[in-house]
Design a protein around this ligand. Structure first.
Ligand code: G3I
Length: 316
């Protein structure tokens, strides 16, 4: 095929991946695919709070800079992940109990990170995983100490730190129309009504083989109808391992469905897969006995999924 990024671009969309700079150093195959196929780069870990501000006021930009440098060298855009999240948040921040202090710390972090990369970032995940599956707010330190208003505060701060970055709210298990995606829908609708800056909704789409939700496209469409972009931000489709032929075939159909749903909606502007090859995927570490979730096998042979998604993109 032609580079998949070129196919995606013809329909005004991008094809992205989660990037880990150390892998490009140690693995030439990884690097070659990373450079050739993708037009959008998300930092898998190196822009997270614990990476960039491990101690208060002490910033370490090396990993985040490496992502921006790689993307720019390859004429790719950068998706910033993530400014405010309860996970990979260092202890010094997660233990703050004074609201005034936490508000200052949160805004300083947003300003420092989004400010450093001002002009270099196409999209920011401003707030990640703020909701529980039942649609209530996750009781993160930000929620407990600052209350419901912290999301709005974070988005306003991000807008002033980098006025040209599109600002997204991102979450998992929001791919179907369900309580959690409806909670985000209501938040976006409220932000739009009150003029709080928000530009996009990220559907992580960490899916299970055979379980692409039947309401996926309809869900994407309802967000677009609110006036925000939708992005598929962390796609992978896992199964029990070792993978059966049947599941590999089903997975190819599942990837196809995801890309078709996005490509069918004006305003679904791209898909990012959460890694390249199964070898480095986060899944076996978290879901024991599962994996095989990405379009490339550990040895960089391609799964049937790759042909399906390439076809939806119109790759020649
Ligand atoms: O860097 C250390 C290394 O020094 C140490 O030796 C090693 C031992 O475990 O750990 C390394 O840190 C790991 C880090 O990834 C970098 O590889 C952490 O243990 C590990 O927990 C961490 O996992 C990441 C996870 O987020 C953390 O929540 C995954 O790589 C990353 O793919 C995953 O990504 C998240 C998104 O940010 C948000 N949505 C869900 C998605 C999947 O969980």
């Amino acid at each position: 095929y032609e580079p998949l990024r070129d196919a995606a671009e013809r329909s005004g969309r991008y094809f992205g991946f989660a990037y880990a700079p150390h892998l490009a150093q140690q693995d030439a195959n990884y690097r070659a695919i990373a450079e050739r196929e993708f037009s959008m780069v998300t930092a898998e870990n190196t822009m997270k709070w614990e990476s960039v501000q491990p101690s208060e006021g002490q910033f370490n930009w090396s990993g985040a800079d490496a992502v921006v440098d790689f993307a720019q060298a390859n004429n790719q855009e950068v998706y910033g992940h993530t400014l405010v999240w309860h996970s990979q948040l260092p202890g010094w921040a997660s233990n703050i109990s004074d609201p005034t202090r936490l508000s200052t710390v949160m805004k300083d972090h947003i300003n420092a990170v989004a400010g450093r990369y001002k002009g270099d970032i196409a999209y920011w995940d401003v707030v990640n995983e703020a909701f529980e599956d039942n649609g209530t707010r996750r009781q993160s330190v930000f929620q407990r100490v600052l209350g419901d208003g912290y999301i709005e505060e974070a988005f306003r701060e991000a807008r002033s730190a980098d006025p040209n970055a599109k600002l997204c709210i991102n979450d998992y298990s929001t791919d179907a129309i369900n309580s959690k995606s409806t909670a985000i829908y209501n938040l976006v609708r409220d932000f739009k009504a009150r003029g709080v800056p928000i530009d996009c909704v990220g559907l992580q789409s960490h899916l299970i083989v055979g379980q692409v939700p039947s309401t996926y496209q309809q869900n994407i469409q309802r967000f677009v109808d609110l006036g925000v972009e939708v992005r598929i931000t962390e796609l992978d489709i896992r199964m029990n391992t070792p993978a059966s032929q049947q599941n590999i075939a089903q997975q190819a159909q599942d990837y196809k469905k995801v890309f078709e749903a996005c490509w069918a909606v004006d305003g679904c502007n791209g898909v990012t897969i959460w890694g390249i090859s199964d070898q480095y995927s986060w899944i076996p570490d978290v879901f024991s006995g599962e994996g095989a979730a990405l379009p490339w096998n550990s040895d960089y042979s391609v799964k049937p999924a790759l042909a399906e998604l390439a076809q939806v993109m119109g790759a020649t």
